[in-house]
Design a protein. Sequence first.
Length: 246
Amino acid sequence: MGRRKLVVGNWKMNGLKAQLGEVEDIGALAARHPAVEVGLCLPATLIAPAQGVKGAAFIGAQDCHMHGSGAHTGCLSAAMLAEAGAGWTIVGHSERRQDQGETDADVAAKALAAKAAGLKVILCVGESLDVRDAGHAESVVSAQLLASLPEGAAADWLAIAYEPIWAIGTGRIPTMEAVEAMHRALRAALATKIGAEADGMRILYGGSMNGDNAAELLAIGDVDGGLVGGASLTAAKFAPVIAAAC
Ligand SMILES: O=C[C@H](O)COP(=O)(O)O
């Protein structure tokens, strides 16, 4: 076991250079909590400017293209993001699966492209409210994870984020029992494909995690960190989430 907690802010389409002070303050928070690996997945435009202020936090991207170069107007390759200073990238966030129609195969290809460029990867999965209400969440999300999992998945470059779609930005979260059951199911699903490597792979929870609920969520055995949206946009809001991971 011995999985180091990983707490990552996803700023989504938020943040201008005026917010670099928050990045600096979060970098300083990361330095004060060395037991936790702290990062910020910023808009691509802030990745390079953040390098001078990131402190002990890593800077990541929110997506990358599955190809290394070519005629893909408006897209960014993993190598471009790495050159700008990203050390990680998210792939397969539900907002991209929905808004850009990304498939499980696309997500797996993006993860491999990121790895080839030297990026570590957070691969997101999660169920809709309909699936949750129908009682199929664990089987559906486990299947989504296995279909999105890249070849050679290993704990030293890949983490999973379980994000129930209905919990993102809504202030609603599953019961602690439901989170525990899902994370246990996902680790078991991973083990069917990567064997003992699954024990070391970090599985984050995401969806309305904040300073009020982080301690309880992060105390669950198979919850190895958080992928945090709204509560990562300022150091003041993010600080209690990071502290809860210690
Ligand atoms: O990637 C982060 C998640 O989508 C969670 O967002 P949220 O914390 O604003 O609910």
